[in-house]
Write a protein that binds this ligand. Structure first.
Ligand code: ADP
Ligand code: GLC
Length: 474
């Protein structure tokens, strides 16, 4: 069945999620569909794919790479009229982690895992979907562009299709040793500065940038930032060379999942016109994480995050002593690098009456924190878009953010608090301002009201993608 747009990505909610990419792949295709766009999605079928993965469509389709055959099955699940095709190849995808083993090490065959995903997507495109647009997400899908514009450039079915690459995070580029090229069926001549070569290694995201017809990232500010050496992670020059084809489209927030008026996970539902439920949610959260009852009388700061360098928690470490002096409570939920997990454990151990920490991935608790906290903290070193600050606005939880990327584009002085300089004292100043505002009920009320009335729903972003597809088709 032909579809106009075929998206390729490594995760999509509700099938499988490690971060915001999955939220986007869960919501954007449906928003596009509601605008009349004909869209389908391809992703791997991991062991943890926990939603129904539908019906088996193909069995044992051979994907040949570098003289090795990887037979794949294709499953199809439909979500509100959008088909999600899941590529099933248990030796490659049926593992505990998506990208890394239990110790956090990248799987050594990630290049093959995502090359097979891309080749399977192209096979689906050729035999079934016949898309006019391939919409690839991040380095895991970048090989679609490389294959289509090199090895398969003469394919009559696909040669007029256009390719859009969305970069969700330039910190992850898919870097490998040059020896992998034959294993993913690519010629050694592609190990070239104008193609995949990057400081002596193979860079798959660079391949996506070079061979796609257009590139976008997930906020306007981040689109500008990644063209600078400070934020480009070495790819700023390649991106500047493609500046005329580089766009910024802000992500949306999925208000069917994140809405305090309907959220099934929180203790009480509430809205901008009746906030009484929010206090119940705060009380519930305090009890759940084991903070003392009188924490209800203090501002409660929430964090829900991957614990990685990007998210700026080294700033918290820098000002930990001052933070623990402040008259507030902190509840943090996340998993990631041992260094940051330890930092949060140490904070909780140093001051259990003020700090509660859960080292876990827990969607229900994430909702309870959005609803129960007063302030939501995102001190990111960089943030391509960031979704949690948008969820926070809807839950009447005032964001304190570093002014970078999508955080800068979504928060202003009428809805939250921003700091620019990447330092601990700058973070503390913003947090102190927020706490002072919390003690001024009139001011706090208007911050909450302004935030809850902001609308970052997906439809506006989807319309921008649709316009970009039209531009691509010329
Ligand atoms: P990123 O994609 O960089 O992790 P985003 O803000 O775009 O950042 O998206 C993060 C998403 O992942 C949000 O939906 C957030 O609620 C969720 N999330 C992150 N860590 C956890 C966790 N430990 N438990 C539950 N949800 C989490
Ligand atoms: C990435 C970014 C995050 C963004 C998400 C979805 O994981 O870190 O800022 O919101 O992708 O685009």
């Amino acid at each position: 069945m032909p579809h106009h747009v075929l998206m390729v990505a490594s995760e999509a909610a509700p099938f499988v999620k490690t971060g915001g990419l999955a939220d986007v792949l869960g919501a954007l295709p449906l928003a596009l569909h509601s605008l009349g766009e004909d869209v389908a999605v391809v992703l791997p079928r991991y062991r943890n794919a926990d939603a129904a993965t539908g019906e088996r469509l193909w069995t044992g389709h051979p994907v040949w790479l570098g003289g090795v055959c990887y037979p794949v099955d294709i499953w199809r699940a439909s979500r509100s009229g959008v088909p999600y095709y899941l590529v099933d190849c248990p030796p490659l995808y049926a593992r505990e982690g998506l990208y890394t083993d239990a110790a956090g090490r990248d799987f050594p065959d990630n290049h093959i895992r995502f090359a097979v995903l891309c080749r399977a997507a192209i096979a689906l495109a050729r035999h079934l979907v016949r898309p006019r647009i391939f919409h690839c997400h991040d380095w895991q899908a970048s090989l679609v562009a490389v294959y289509l514009r090199t090895l398969l450039a003469g394919d009559p079915t696909l040669m007029t299709s256009k390719i859009l690459l969305t970069i969700h995070n330039i910190g992850y580029q898919g870097l490998f040793e040059p020896a992998i090229l034959p294993e993913i069926g690519l010629d050694a001549t592609l190990f070239h500065i104008n193609a995949l070569e990057f400081y002596g290694r193979v860079n798959l995201l660079k391949g996506g940038i070079v061979f796609s017809d257009a590139i976008n990232t997930v906020s306007k500010t981040y689109a500008a930032e990644i063209q600078t050496p400070e934020y480009g992670c070495g790819l700023d020059g390649v991106l500047r060379a493609r500046a005329g084809r580089l766009y910024g489209i802000l992500n949306g927030a999925d208000y069917t999942e994140w809405n305090p008026e309907t959220d099934p996970f929180i203790a009480a539902r509430y809205s901008a016109s009746d906030l009484s439920g929010k206090r119940l949610c705060k009380r519930d959260l305090i009890a759940l994480v084991g903070l003392p009852d009188d924490a209800i009388e203090r501002p409660l700061v929430g964090i829900v995050s991957r614990f990685v360098g990007q998210k700026g928690f080294d700033l918290l470490e820098e000002v930990a002593a001052e933070l623990l002096q402040m008259d507030l409570s902190l509840v943090a939920l996340g998993t990631g690098e041992p260094r940051y997990e330890q930092l949060f454990r140490d904070l909780a151990a140093a001051c259990p009456s003020k700090v509660a920490v859960r080292i876990a991935y827990d969607n229900v608790l994430a909702h309870k924190i959005e609803a129960g906290a007063d302030i939501f903290l995102m001190p990111s070193r960089y943030e391509p878009c960031g979704l949690n600050q948008m969820y926070s606005l809807r839950y009447g939880t005032v964001p304190v953010v570093r002014a970078t990327g999508g955080l800068d584009d979504t928060i202003d002085e009428s809805t939250g608090f921003k700091f620019k300089e990447y330092t601990g004292p700058a973070l503390l100043r913003a947090l102190r301002e927020a706490v002072a505002a919390w003690h001024d009920p009139g001011r706090w009320h208007s911050l909450i009201q302004n935030g809850m009335r902001r609308d970052f729903s997906w439809l506006a972003s989807a319309a921008e993608y649709q316009a970009l597809y039209r531009t691509l088709e010329g």
